[in-house]
Design a protein around this ligand. Structure first.
Ligand SMILES: Cc1cc2nc3c(=O)[nH]c(=O)nc-3n(C[C@H](O)[C@H](O)[C@H](O)COP(=O)(O)OP(=O)(O)OC[C@H]3O[C@@H](n4cnc5c(N)ncnc54)[C@H](O)[C@@H]3O)c2cc1C
Ligand code: FES
Length: 253
């Protein structure tokens, strides 16, 4: 059975859901159902040579949901794609989060790292989800997490909505209520989460982001340093990740 492929997806909708953030739904009955939580889709953008990696936010009934922020030219072009267009996507790629039955998970998303935690929440029983944003204009997916049955906590850096503070402030208070932590977001946030988990003796999986080209382990663009059996080695975020055991990641600085 195929694990991934490159195929055309039909664009069903592509709507703005927050300041500079879009929610794209694309249909392909063969590839969408293969997606696991934490994996990503490599999206071809017309006129650009390299595909753009976007996490699987959800997969249901043959429809992949991709929630993305307009950063540069590629994502700007994506935001202008219209219903009915055909989108060329290589998917699903990467390893994804490992979710075990019987464990209570704390899922943490920071900013545009929040989308992959929705599909992850749907694989968990009674997850605690902590979402953090810079301010209220960037808040996304709160109703979706509630529908997924999550205990949901919202934080903003400037206090314009939810708890005024960082996701790690909430994690420190609630870490005793969970067995394991999964997180996606900016690197300083991931490092802070990894430190809290280490101190509490809780396992932690983190989804890393690196610039990508091939997306399949062939070009070495996305290399990161990890420590395995006491030895530092390079691995590919696209193929060995994007999800890594936090204890193994060698953070720069
Ligand atoms: C595994 C993974 C999952 C991701 N999931 C999401 C998501 O769900 N939602 C979302 O908004 N963004 C996500 N990103 C980041 C997203 O891929 C970049 O924001 C996007 O590629 C920027 O493209 P651009 O053309 O708009 O920007 P430009 O800066 O013009 O891009 C130039 C080149 O750099 C690459 N690039 C730029 N920034 C990044 C980056 N942060 N990561 C990887 N490649 C980059 C682009 O793919 C392109 O090849 C993810 C990145 C990775 C690695
Ligand atoms: S993007 Fe080519 S090896 Fe990862």
């Amino acid at each position: 059975m195929k694990k991934y492929d490159v195929q055309k997806f039909e664009l069903l909708s592509n709507e703005q859901i927050a300041d500079g953030i879009f929610d794209m739904r694309v249909k392909n009955d063969e590839l969408a159902p293969l997606a696991k939580c934490g994996q990503f889709a490599h999206v071809y953008v017309p006129s650009k040579t390299l595909r753009r990696p976007i996490s699987v936010c959800d997969s249901e009934n043959g429809v992949l949901r991709l929630v993305y922020q307009v950063k540069g030219e590629g994502t700007k072009i994506m935001s202008e794609m219209k219903k009915g267009e055909s989108v060329d996507i290589l998917a699903p790629l990467g390893n994804g989060f490992k979710i075990e039955k019987g464990k209570r998970y704390c899922l943490i998303g920071g900013g545009i790292g929040v989308p992959p935690m929705l599909y992850t929440a749907k694989q968990c029983e009674n997850p605690l989800v902590i979402t953090g944003f810079r301010n209220k204009d960037l808040i996304i997916l709160q109703d979706d997490f509630k529908k997924a049955g999550a205990e949901l906590v919202l934080t903003t850096d400037d206090g314009s909505a939810g708890i005024h503070g960082f996701v790690t402030d909430v994690l420190k208070e609630k870490i005793s209520e969970v067995d394991e932590v999964c997180a996606c977001g900016p690197t300083p946030m991931l490092k802070a989460i990894a430190d809290v988990c280490k101190e509490a003796g809780k396992p932690c999986q983190i989804s890393l982001e690196e610039r990508m080209a091939c997306g399949m382990g062939a070009c070495l663009v996305c290399a990161v340093k990890v420590r395995k059996n006491g030895e530092e080695i390079m691995q590919h975020v696209c193929k060995n990740g994007p999800v890594f055991n936090a204890e193994e990641v060698v953070f720069n600085g």
